[in-house]
Design a protein around this ligand. Sequence first.
Ligand code: ADP
Ligand code: MG
Length: 696
Amino acid sequence: MPTRPEILYPLFGQLTQFSGIGPKIALNLAKLNIDSPRDLIFTLPHSLLIRKKIKTILEANEGDIIIIGVTVDEHIENQQKNKPYRINVSDVKTSFQLIFFHSRKNWLRDLFPIGDIVIISGRLEHFEGKVQITHPDYTCKPSDIDQIPLIEPVYSLSAGITQKTLSKSTKQALKGIPDLKEWINPSIINKFKWPKWKDALQEAHFPKGIDQISINSPIRQRLAYDEMLAHQLTLAIARQNYRKYRGTENLGTELLSSIVMKAIPFELTNAQKRVILEIRNDMSQPFRMNRLLQGDVGSGKTLIAFLCMVTAIEAGGQAVIMAPTEILTKQHEDTLRPLAEKAGITLESLTGRDKGKNRKAKIDALADGKIQIIVGTHAVFQENIKFNDLRLAIIDEQHRFGVRQRMDLGKKGDAVDILVMTATPIPRSLALTNYGDMELSELDEKPTGRKPINTVMVSNSRIEEVIERLSIAIKDGSQVYWVCPLVEESDYLDLTSAEDRARQLSSVLGQDNIGLVHGKMSGEEKDKVMSNFIRNKIKILVATTVIEVGVDVPNASIIVIEHSERFGLSQLHQLRGRVGRGIDTSTCLLVYASPLGKTAKKRLETIRETNDGFKIANVDLKLRGAGDILGVAQSGLPKFRMADIETQSDLMELAKDEARLILNNDPSLLTEKGKALRNLLFIMGADEYIKMLSVG
Ligand code: ADP
Ligand code: MG
């Protein structure tokens, strides 16, 4: 079992070894996620404090931080409590005041003897027409003037820690950095003119100028790249691990898929054709597939999934598709079963609802291979579910699916090919970061003939008008989704608001026209309402966000989203994606509570202006940041301390390519270079991935 090399020990010692850090400060540092010398050196300053040495304050502006020699003229003691203690001083040209709150008189008298020249440093302020410096940060004798630093790093702090503490302890931690062999490819180092790791850290903490603190400085770039390289290496190791298991060469005969193709009433889009080829090609390889399919709402992912499952059946095996909700499972079952039947394929569904005998029968049929395709919720991945010969596992409509979960999934069968389909596209930089272990397919085209969706913003003061318009629309045969507000962190309140709205709409538009669906209903109840909506028995479906992903009812052409300002961008895009699937022009009404804040307005306008999920994802990334979009906890995405995923996606791409190349040449990282990279992985805390290297 590989353990951390001794040379790295200084990076992982106790913080209390440093002078200035006692147990209490160590606790405060822990609040900043600083638990070791390594964490200290990886916590970089965000800006610089620059001091100007001047002779008279007449040369400086308000706000400047200056170093200046002054003669002490007079002490003005504070007469009342809460009033500051003042000291009149003069420089070579003019005079001003030093201000002290709650300071001890004797201490100030000793520090500033009348008639002496004292060097001080501090921020120049104007207050009630006078120039002053409050609490100088340095005070010394003229002979010690050079001890006041001209440039000082500024760190983000939490309570109980000062800049001085942090900078002093970081200085000590930097002394302990070992000399390590370079792990970055020399050609990359030369190309970008990056410094050595140790020098980069030194200079990052004690920069010589403001340009060195910029994210684009070679110093910062190098440190960011180290972080990305380590991250991509872990993903590449995970990838290597799936591929190590010999997969089955799942080669289709096209005998069944040609029957399916004939049964489909439309042509595949070019993007669908291309992606199906990519996936089938991957499935036919002798190693396990691990692929992500990114596609916008309504781009036709379900059919791709089905055609690939058919390939797995043709190759003699079984396939499974997992959907996030029961509603979606039912829908997949309903749309796919007729196609499967035509081709003579046995397709069944399995959810938490299947109980007792029924459940046992299905489980048995799966185990002996009688069921060829199973559609289900996460129930299909439970321990007791065994397949006869599972070849392809598809995870549909996933917002969040981390590397760890993917690795667990792979355990169902060593040879299982895996396809993950996203619910909403995520920006390329994020895809690289979160799914760097997978191959990527992009479905960047929607079926032709779709009418655009007309998106309108409506203040909730006009809700009566909206309801009136709906009453006309449903008389004309339209069907409507009415999505109720997201009430933060409360299923119960979500539900009440949906129930209230359904009741009110029933009284105005007639009870028979209105259906209600929410997460607290039993599966059977949901099915009943959904199938009534699909069969056009209900005109308006009032719903919580249970219909957010995947639901496909082409005849529905209007969606009303109440309190749309409370939803995330991708969520709104997903919800809107429920319409615009049929031949009618569709409408999306974004109802908002006015007044609308600036950001909220910008978000709704983004949705109104574009229906391109990839573009919306990019805006979402800017507005919310990566962690929120992927859900850091679920995805296992590390929190980068030095890298910025958003602006440095080029470096991330480079790191991904490098990481794959490195493992191709040195799969267990055993060469000299490989050992240097192991050091990097240990430093970044990727110990468990290093373990994976040595297996087998
Ligand atoms: P999503 O990518 O959001 O999962 P779906 O797979 O639900 O999209 O497809 C949306 C709708 O588009 C479905 O009704 C499906 O039958 C239809 N569809 C899929 N591919 C095509 C195509 N090539 N031409 C026309 N309609 C298509
Ligand atoms: Mg779908």
